[in-house]
Design a protein around this ligand. Structure first.
Ligand code: XMP
Length: 517
C-alpha cells in the first residue's frame, strides 16, 4: 500500500483516487504523522502531495525525515517536490514566472519514472508531455544525487530523480486529467517502481469486506437506514451478501421523495433482493411538522429531527439489534479529520439529515469508510445493483423540502414530483442525464397568468435546474439544447394541471447555490 502525505493541495484526493484506480490501496495522512505511525503503516511507496505553502516560508510544513530513510520510493508532486528538494539539500526559489494551467514539458528520456511516457516526440527525439502546472516557487538547485528528468522554459527543473534511492519529484500535477499521461505515470510509480501488486479491485474489496463484516458482527442483527441513495443502497447490498437476514433496513417515506421512489426502493431491495425492509410511511407526520414554516434552515432541522424520531421509534421495536450500519465514505472521514486539525481545505456545508440519539447504544459499522464515491459505485454494480440507480444524481437529505420554496404543502410536493419526473424522464430519453451532474425541478409558489385554449389559467411556476460540476463546490448551468427545453416545458404545462409556466435557471455556482434553498 501507498502512503500519501497531504500538504493541503486541492488535488490531493485526486492522487488517492488515481492510485486506487491503478489497483493499489492508499491512505491520506497529515504530514505531522509520527514516525511510528508511518512505520506501522509500512508503505511500499510514499507520495508527497502539492500544497498552498511555500517551502521558503518560515513555518512551511515538511515531510517527517524517516520518509527519506525507509528505503522506499518517494514521489513528490509540486510542493511535495519542493520540500523533498529542500529537505535533501537542494534549493527552492520563488519564480518570477508563476505558471498556472496547461504547459508543455520536455522529458529527458533516461528516467525510470518517465521513460517511454510521452504525448509526442520532437524532431531531436525528446519526449514532450502535456501537463497541468500550478506553482509559484520552483526548484533552483538539485539535491545531491539527483538529475533533471523534465524541464520547461520557466522551470528548468520541472522534474528530478535520484534513481538509486528511487526518489522522484515533478513540478506538474500527474493526478489531474489535464496531464494526459498522468494515470500512466502514477501506475508506473506504484506498480513498477514501488512494486505494488494491483489487488485493489471491486471483487477483492467485496470479498474482504464480507469477511470483516462477518467477523465483526457474528450472529448479531444490524440496522440500516436505507434512503435509496447510492451509499446506503451499496451498504445494504453488501451487508445482505455478508449476513443475509441479520440485516434489517428501515426506509422512511417522508413525503418529500421523488415520484414513485418509495415503491422503487421496496421493489428493488425487498422484492428483488429479498432484504428485510421496514417501510414507514410518515408523510403526514413530516408535512404537519413542516406546516407554516418558511425558513429553509428551520425546514431542514424539522425534517432531520422528524427523521430521527421516526427511525428511533422503529429501531426501539427491534429488540435484537446491536449494530447500526452507516454509509460513511472516505471523503467524509478525511473531511472530519481535516476539520479537527484545522486543515480543512474542503468545507462541506451540508450533511445528510439523520444521526441517532445517544441512548440507542448501538455499535457502529461503516463498511464504506475507506472508499471514494466512484469506488462505492463500482462496488454497487459488482454487487448487482442496477447502474441507473448507482449512477443516479445526488438527492439532498431533506428532499423536495428544499425544492419547494417557502412553506411545504402536499399539493406543491405532488405537482413538483410530476414536473421533476418529466424533466428526468426526458433527460434520460435524450441521453442527457449522464451529461449533467444534477438536474431537478423547483417549485415556486407564485401564480402567473397563462392562456389555455380559450380560457385563462392562473397557475404555479416551475423552475428547471441542471448543472455540470465535478465537486459540487462550483458548478456551471448545463447548456441544454433549446429544443429539448422546449419539449420539457410543453410537456410539463400540458400534462400537469396546476402549472402554467416553466423557467430555466441560468445561474452558476458561485454565486448561486445548486439548490434554491
Ligand atoms: P448547494 O445547494 O449548496 O448544494 O450548491 C451542493 C450539493 O449539496 C446538496 N445539498 C444537500 N444535501 N442535505 C443534503 O444531504 C442538504 O441539506 C443539502 N443541501 C444541498 C445539493 O443537492 C448539491 O448536490
Amino acid at each position: 500500500r501507498i502512503l500519501i502525505l497531504d500538504f493541503g493541495s486541492q488535488y490531493t484526493q485526486l492522487i488517492a483516487r488515481r492510485v486506487r484506480e491503478a489497483g493499489v490501496y492508499c491512505e491520506l495522512r497529515n504530514p505531522d504523522i509520527s514516525e511510528a505511525e508511518i512505520r506501522e503503516f509500512a508503505p511500499k511507496g510514499i507520495i508527497l502531495s502539492g500544497g498552498p505553502d511555500s517551502t521558503i516560508g518560515e513555518a512551511a510544513p515538511v515531510a517527517p525525515l524517516c520518509v527519506f530513510e525507509m528505503n522506499v520510493p518517494v514521489l513528490g508532486i509540486c510542493y511535495g517536490m519542493q520540500t523533498m528538494a529542500t529537505q535533501l539539500g537542494g534549493q527552492v526559489e520563488s519564480s518570477s514566472h508563476r505558471e498556472f494551467g496547461y504547459a508543455k514539458i520536455r522529458a529527458h528520456g533516461h528516467s525510470a519514472f518517465l521513460k517511454d511516457i510521452e504525448d509526442h516526440t520532437t524532431p531531436e527525439g525528446f519526449g514532450m508531455l502535456d501537463v497541468w502546472m500550478s506553482h509559484g516557487d520552483r526548484v533552483s538547485q538539485l539535491p545531491d544525487g539527483f538529475k533533471i528528468i523534465a524541464s520547461t522554459d520557466s522551470a528548468p527543473i520541472a522534474g528530478m530523480a535520484d534513481e538509486e534511492r528511487q526518489f522522484y519529484g515533478v513540478q506538474f500535477h500527474p493526478e489531474v486529467t489535464h496531464t494526459t499521461q498522468g494515470q500512466r505515470m502514477i501506475s508506473r510509480f506504484i506498480s513498477e517502481i514501488c512494486g505494488c501488486e494491483t489487488l485493489w479491485t471491486s471483487a477483492n474489496i467485496i470479498e474482504d469486506s464480507i469477511e470483516t463484516i462477518r467477523q465483526q458482527v457474528g450472529k448479531d442483527e444490524v440496522l440500516l437506514g436505507l434512503s435509496g441513495g447510492v451509499d446506503s443502497s451499496v451498504v445494504a447490498a453488501l451487508l445482505h451478501r455478508a449476513i443475509g437476514d441479520q440485516l434489517i433496513c428501515v426506509f422512511v417515506n417522508n413525503g418529500l421523495l421523488r415520484e414513485n421512489e418509495g415503491d422503487q426502493v421496496m421493489a428493488m431491495f425487498a422484492k428483488h433482493m429479498g432484504i428485510r425492509v421496514i417501510r414507514v410511511d410518515a408523510e403526514d407526520r413530516f408535512l404537519s411538522a413542516l406546516a407554516g414554516e418558511n425558513d429553509p434552515e428551520a425546514k431542514r432541522k424539522i425534517i432531520g429531527r422528524e427523521f430521527v424520531k421516526v427511525f428511533d421509534e422503529e429501531a426501539s421495536k427491534l429488540t435484537n439489534v446491536q449494530w447500526l450500519a452507516q454509509g460513511t465514505i472516505y471523503p467524509d472521514v478525511i473531511e472530519s479529520a481535516a476539520s479537527k486539525t484545522g486543515k480543512a481545505h474542503v468545507i462541506k456545508t451540508h450533511h445528510n439529515v439523520g444521526g441517532l440519539p445517544e441512548h440507542m447504544k448501538l455499535k457502529l459499522i461503516e463498511p464504506l469508510r475507506e472508499l471514494f464515491k466512484d469506488e462505492v459505485r463500482k462496488l454497487g454494480v459488482e454487487l448487482g445493483l442496477p447502474s441507473d440507480m448507482v449512477y443516479r444524481h445526488p438527492f439532498p437529505g431533506p428532499g423536495l423540502g428544499v425544492r419547494i420554496l417557502g412553506e411545504v404543502k402536499k399539493e406543491y410536493a405532488d405537482l413538483l414530483r410530476k414536473a421533476d419526473n418529466i424533466f428526468i424522464e426526458e433527460l434520460r430519453a435524450h441521453d442527457l442525464y449522464d451529461k449533467t451532474s444534477q438536474a431537478f425541478a423547483v417549485f415556486l409558489p407564485v401564480k402567473s397568468v397563462g392562456v389555455m385554449g380559450d380560457g385563462r389559467r392562473y397557475d404555479y411556476v416551475v423552475a428547471l435546474r441542471a448543472v455540470e460540476t465535478i465537486d459540487f463546490m462550483t458548478a456551471r448551468w448545463a447548456h441544454l439544447p433549446y429544443e429539448f427545453l422546449d419539449l420539457v416545458s410543453r410537456r410539463i404545462i400540458n400534462e400537469i394541471n396546476g402549472i402554467s409556466r416553466v423557467v430555466y435557471d441560468i445561474s452558476g455556482k458561485p454565486p448561486a447555490t445548486i439548490e434554491w434553498e
